[in-house]
Design a protein around this ligand. Sequence first.
Ligand code: SAH
Length: 340
Amino acid sequence: MENIYNKTFNELNEYFKQLGEKTYRTRQVFDWLYIKRIKDFQEMTNLKKEIIEKLKTDFFIDDIEIIKKESDVLVNKYLLKLKDANTIEAVLMQHDYGNSLCISSEVGCNMACSFCESGRIKKIRNVSSGEMVLQILKIEKDLNIRISHVVIMGIGEPFDNYQNICKFIETVNSPFGINLGSRHITVSTCGIVPKIYEFSNFPYQVNLAISLHAPNDTLRSKLMPINKAYNLKSLIEAVKKYIEKTNRRVTFEYIMLDKVNDTEECAIELANLLKGLNAYVNLIPYNETNNIGYKRSSKERILKFYDCLKKHNISVTIRKEFGSKISAACGQLKTIKEAS
Ligand code: SAH
């Protein structure tokens, strides 16, 4: 039995075709699942009884459970329990341009970035595409809102779960379902180079963000082990090809770690690294966590870094902060191992 939310529109079409059914059935099912949002096949009243019975033998309609919710000004953090009792987190942020949901793509994470809380528990499993969709459905229902933007920046490395994030994007972008604009979806990766090449052929116009965090290999390898597998040269080359192919501007995320990567030399090195790329840098004030020794750069140092990049003609913004009081900010999300 499969979770029906894991089926993309095309896959479900294929399913109905093989049953010798008309493919408008797919539209009907998508309508029940994503517009009317029913939770029981029995309620799909415009389907023939035999089809309902067949669906019931092949699929189940999955759900996830909210086990904890913490709220702060304009932000809600959710601890969510999956069917197999694994937990993940999702964070809803209310921006002036809409509601943005940060979703998790894996239970735990193997990337082991030294500054990030999410990697402290190794990857237990992939989050399925259906479970990613459910994070949206569940939180829209809980807050009675529509989510207009999704960032795949919660727990996990999306390119370490490549197929499922592609299926997720395909599903939520479907005009017969949630109909979330692809330009309103952002995938953030620590830099798994082969997947960046692969993603440049992915036929949806989503946003790509790269967690860069250092302007040279020595420092980056210290902060992010993935850099030992794919160094900066190969990463920048892949991003260049991605931009050429997709014509889309790429974001480089750069967390500001006090006296680690926030010096003027680092800013100049970064400017040189990114010169000529259709990209911009998003400076992220580091969210300190209890267990990790790094400190957040002072406002002054962040602004100095910002000015230096500007002076070198690099487009740069400073990320608006959300949810640090409730540990809902970047790098503070973690899978919880429940005592059993
Ligand atoms: N694995 C993906 C997505 C998850 S992290 C990636 O690496 O991009 C989302 C962003 O938050 C990344 O840029 C990550 O490096 C950053 N981040 C991690 N820990 C942080 C912290 N404590 N404070 C601020 N940003 C952090």
